[in-house]
Design a protein around this ligand. Structure first.
Ligand code: ZN
Length: 93
């Protein structure tokens, strides 16, 4: 496995963690039919909850793939910001 591939897998793994936290906080939710499509909830309280969950887990040392808590919360913010308004696959029907 090349260095570049390993790096990408690590980044992908980090993103999965950020998505998991955002879903747990209900800041985003997967489409009922397409679980890989993440939908925005536009809920500021949920966003705050996501950051709190991230901080709690990070302090326990659970996410040592992140260099800092800031790196984790930045990624969660990105996940929320890039989530979709609607599921394109579902809205086609
Ligand atoms: Zn869908």
């Amino acid at each position: 496995m090349g260095q570049q591939k390993r790096y990408l897998e690590q980044e992908e793994h980090k993103r999965v963690i950020a998505e998991m936290i955002a879903v747990e906080a209900e800041a985003i939710k997967p489409c009922g039919n397409h679980e890989d499509v993440l939908l925005s909830m536009h809920d500021m309280d949920a966003n705050t909850r996501a950051y709190k969950i991230a901080a709690k887990h990070f302090k326990r040392g659970e996410y040592d793939e992140f260099e800092s808590q800031g790196e984790l919360t930045d990624l969660i913010k990105e996940v929320i910001d890039t989530s979709h308004e609607e599921c394109y696959s579902c809205s086609k029907w």
